[in-house]
Design a protein around this ligand. Structure first.
Ligand code: ARG
Length: 456
């Protein structure tokens, strides 16, 4: 039986019920819904809107319902449409008229808004933990690879030598900003919509501050119409998920490249790879590819909710029921991706020697050779041109710059001395970086120190 049966002379068709229902996906908010209802019932009792005995009976029964849901004893129905009405229906079946009083001074509009905010607070905390675990893994790997030299790329062309630790710490910074972004977003999720009624407030002497305190919200949303109508906090949450996925995806792309025979910089653990149904030699980095692919889905979630909200007149519209699917999907996908990614990088094998030998070829010390001539008083633009000619010469001979003889060096510039060989050796190039935040061994150690300091 529908909770609004009074106004209607005809029952809805089962296809309309099915189309209208959200229970299939919003049942995962049962804990939040019950928490919101318990706080609401306590508030109603405290304010004398219902009696204390009624309030206590409702609270006690809601707790029993919670236990029964967890024990799998309650079957939700499409007829009761969503999690809010399913729980209220069970409550009323159990305690009759008292159960019917729970919805005094409340609307499903503020109820659903409080449920999703509570749910997202929990998800934000879980994501925060997973991000921290990933950052810890990166820190651990970086510490192990402060001396692992590899090519640094721009345009995916060998550019300048760096250390793997430096490369990993670049991602550490990205994920630490993702964490900040979620914390920032949490500040806007953490505001209470409950008590706003359908849109205009209620005629009862409610206590929204009490509700906020009971439910652990930092503050009360000041305008009831805004409280039930906007989902900007959810859009922002998915945006945070999308950005974190984008970072994971870039990293995955690199790991996919690095595990190819062409690069051979890493080898994924067997446990995180798959084989081919036809080609016996294959070992595919499926996890990394899937994370890259799932990133597209999360972008879709973001676009989906932005579009759902676009053009909605105030206040609540049923369109908003569709907010949950993208929110749940984005959070589930990010959590699963973060978890598997961390395991994957902690188990992969780094092929240091291959990284290092790749760093020796590709003229990545050309900038350092130019800097050498600058130190001898030649203006940088001229040095750039001289070294450019040297590189062209070396490409022709199929040798590295440091494989030229002293005579060859001198034929390009009289300023070259014996120390050029030492100055353009791969580790010297790394060591010579002086700017704050560089790849120099010292700077990377400093970056690691700062990370340790900030996590104290
Ligand atoms: N299932 C609904 C949702 O998710 C709950 C709110 C319904 N409110 C209403 N006025 N029909 O949005």
């Amino acid at each position: 039986m529908k909770l609004w049966k009074g106004r209607f002379s005809k029952a809805s068709t089962s296809s309309a019920d099915e189309f209208n229902a959200s229970i299939e996906f919003d049942q995962r908010m049962y804990r939040e819904d019950i928490a919101g209802s318990i706080a609401h019932a306590q508030m109603l009792g405290k304010q004398g809107i219902i009696t204390e005995e009624e309030s206590q009976l409702i609270v006690k029964t809601l707790k029993e319902i919670l236990a029964d849901i967890e024990a799998g004893k309650i079957e939700f129905t499409i007829e009761s449409e969503d999690i809010h009405m399913n729980i209220e229906t069970v409550l009323t079946e159990r305690i009759g008229d008292t159960g019917k009083k729970l919805h005094t001074a409340r609307s499903r509009n503020d109820q659903v808004a409080v449920d999703i905010r509570l749910y997202m607070k929990k998800e934000t905390a879980a994501i925060d933990t997973l991000l921290q675990e990933l950052m810890d893994a990166l820190e651990k790997l970086a510490k192990e690879h402060t001396d692992t030299v590899m090519p640094g790329y721009t345009h995916l062309q060998r550019a300048q030598p760096v250390t793997l630790a430096y490369h990993l710490l670049a991602y550490y910074q990205m994920f630490s900003r993702d964490k900040e972004r979620f914390a920032d977003c949490l500040a806007r999720i953490d505001r209470l919509p409950l008590g706003s009624g359908a849109l205009a407030g209620t005629t009862y002497n409610t206590d929204r501050d009490f509700l906020a305190e009971k439910l652990g919200f930092a503050s009360v949303l000041p305008n009831g119409m805004d409280a039930v109508a906007d989902r900007d906090f959810a859009i922002e949450f998915i945006d945070c998920c999308a950005i974190a996925m984008m970072h994971l995806s870039r990293f995955c792309e690199e790991l996919i490249l690095w595990s190819s025979v062409e690069f051979s910089f890493i080898e994924m653990d067997d446990a995180y790879s798959t084989g081919s149904s036809i080609m016996p030699q294959k070992k595919n980095p499926d996890m990394a590819e899937l994370i890259r692919g799932k990133t597209g889905r999360v972008y879709g979630d973001l676009m989906s909710l932005l579009t759902i909200c676009k053009g909605l007149p105030l206040a609540y519209n049923k369109d908003l029921q569709e907010d949950k699917l993208p929110v749940f999907d984005a959070a589930d996908t990010l959590k699963a991706s973060l978890g598997i990614f961390t395991e994957m990088i902690l188990t992969m094998k780094v092929q240091k020697e291959n990284m290092e030998s790749a760093a020796k070829y590709g003229y990545m010390n050309a900038t350092d050779a130019a800097d050498y001539l600058v130190s001898k008083g030649i203006p940088f633009r001229d040095c750039h041109e001289i070294i450019g000619r040297i590189v062209l010469h070396c490409i022709g001979k199929g040798i590295a710059i440091e494989e030229m003889t002293m005579e060859e060096f001198k034929s390009f510039s009289e300023k070259f001395e014996e120390d050029i060989y030492e100055k353009i050796a791969v580790r010297s190039c790394i060591k010579a970086k002086k700017s704050k935040g560089s790849t120099s061994f010292e700077s990377v150690k400093e970056q690691l120190r700062a990370i340790q300091e900030s996590s104290k």
